[in-house]
Design a protein. Structure first.
Length: 143
């Protein structure tokens, strides 16, 4: 339930990135900036769903500390920074920098998503949290 929803949200974010990357490779900065806004919003909403709802519910049972949730939060901070740098490169019309940040974003995000999909979401499904309520709360989160 949670795993399926969040995995689909990963795919939806990926779908928003692909045309942005295409616009960048063509050097169409106007289009890239137009596509960047909904992409960034979707990514921040995804992180917020995890950080404001899912992770705290999981931590009630797993505790905080240096575990997998801590690692995911650190990776979110790194990915947010790359997204911001990507936006700055697009605004500066620096194609090479933008494509470089885009490539870094893709590599980091693919690795991050794999960890969430293969480990973290499975852990969430095993914990005695109210899955339906958690899903409803995540869907209400604003980015």
């Amino acid at each position: 339930m949670i795993k399926d929803f969040m995995t689909q949200d990963h795919r939806d974010c990926d779908t928003l990135y692909a045309p942005l990357e295409e616009a960048l490779s063509k050097g169409d900065f106007e289009k890239a900036l137009e596509l960047f806004v909904p992409f960034k919003k979707a990514m921040l909403k995804h992180f917020a769903m995890e950080e404001k709802v899912l992770f705290p519910k999981m931590e009630e049972f797993m505790g905080g500390g240096e575990g997998p949730i801590h690692v995911m939060k650190m990776e979110h901070a790194q990915i947010r920074s790359i997204i911001d740098q990507l936006g700055e490169a697009i605004e500066a019309k620096n194609r090479d920098k933008a494509l470089g940040f885009g490539e870094t974003f893709m590599i980091m995000t693919q690795q991050h998503n794999m960890k969430e999909e293969q480990i973290l979401y499975n852990m969430a499904e095993q914990l005695p949290i109210d899955k339906e309520k958690t899903l409803e709360e995540m869907q209400k989160v604003q980015g």
